[in-house]
Ligand binder design. Structure first.
Ligand SMILES: Nc1ncnc2c1ncn2[C@@H]1O[C@H](COP(=O)(O)OP(=O)(O)OP(=O)(O)O)[C@@H](O)[C@H]1O
Ligand SMILES: [Mg+2]
Length: 288
């Protein structure tokens, strides 16, 4: 088994009295280590239910989930809790910080519960808050933080135990577009640095498009999967440099012509060549 997550024939039915509501229908899914996957779909299609099963917060009616080769079905409640604490970080839409604990105490909690040594329990939360630009706010209570800051604390808490999988249910649902873009950059940065796997449920197509793979759900089923080549920041950088170079050359060309160093004919020929290159780059950007 090379995949980090394997889901086979997963079904979930909620029962209330005689009524049965089948919420997940024959879900099959494989996610590789280090992938960033987003899940999209209309309200009520079963996204949160699927995440809850993946995170071991709820049990399937039938079917199996393997995380890192281990079957969640075979674990009892206490094994599941221990496994989750070590392997899965969860980020909720409404941050779910504990209101009576400070930022750093919130991040420290999972470390305390899983019994790390004193040094790690003390240092790691501070390191994480520092990495997320929140060190100066470590001793603030959640209500003294903005929504974006609270969500970063929640991400730090989810990462405290260095889990291999981070699941996030609409983590940007309560953030404005700039703050949510920052949060997704943070996810991508963590993913680039430490290769953790992210599964992000989102309604926001910009968030979804930053992932390696988008999974579309409808009526409890996976109805589509789209693999994306994540934007390569190096390529972006070179494109930007190339554009700046051409713009610079166009300005130089203007100067040469104005100071009569080149003929009008040559000026127009080169100018149209540079402009063509710029237009071509703009078209490519719109296509990719
Ligand atoms: N504990 C539960 N008991 C009974 N029905 C439930 C339970 N949890 C969810 N459902 C039902 O299961 C269906 C899927 O719910 P789920 O929360 O997974 O949807 P979702 O795709 O996350 O929607 P949203 O985008 O609105 O968050 C819904 O019809 C919901 O009413
Ligand atoms: Mg939901």
């Amino acid at each position: 088994m090379n995949e980090l997550i394997e889901i086979h024939g997963l079904n979930k039915t909620y029962k209330s009295g005689k009524l049965e509501n089948q919420v997940l229908r024959d879900i099959n899914l494989e996610i590789s280590r280090g992938e960033v996957v987003s899940i999209m779909g209309p309200s009520g299609c079963g996204k949160t239910t699927l995440l809850n099963l993946l995170g071991g917060l709820d049990r399937p009616t039938s079917g199996s989930i393997f995380l890192n080769g281990k079957s969640l079905n075979d674990m009892n409640e206490s094994e599941m809790t221990r496994f989750r604490l070590r392997n899965i970080g969860i980020v909720f839409q409404f941050f779910n910080l504990i209101p009576i604990l400070t930022a750093v105490e919130n991040v420290r909690l999972p470390l305390l519960v899983s019994g790390h040594d004193h040094h790690k329990t003390r240092e790691r939360p501070l390191q994480l808050l520092d990495q997320f630009g929140l060190l100066d706010k470590a001793n603030r209570m959640p209500y003294e933080l903005s929504g974006g800051e609270q969500q970063r604390v929640a991400v730090a808490r989810a990462l405290a135990n260095e889990p291999s999988i981070i699941i996030a249910d609409e983590p940007t649902g309560n953030l404005d577009s700039k703050t949510s873009a920052d949060l997704i950059d943070l996810f991508n940065m963590i993913n680039d640095e430490s290769g953790q796997t992210f599964i992000i449920v989102t309604h926001d197509s910009e968030v979804a498009e930053s992932a390696d793979k988008i999974i579309y759900m409808r009526d409890g089923k996976i109805v589509g999967e789209e693999s994306r080549k994540r934007r390569d920041k190096t390529v972006d950088y070179y494109k930007k440099v190339e554009k700046e170079k051409i713009t610079y050359l166009l300005n130089e060309l203007d100067d040469l012509y104005i100071s009569h160093m080149i003929s009008r004919e040559l000026y127009e020929k080169w100018r149209s060549q540079y402009l063509e290159q710029l237009i071509e780059m703009a078209i490519c950007e719109n296509i990719t």
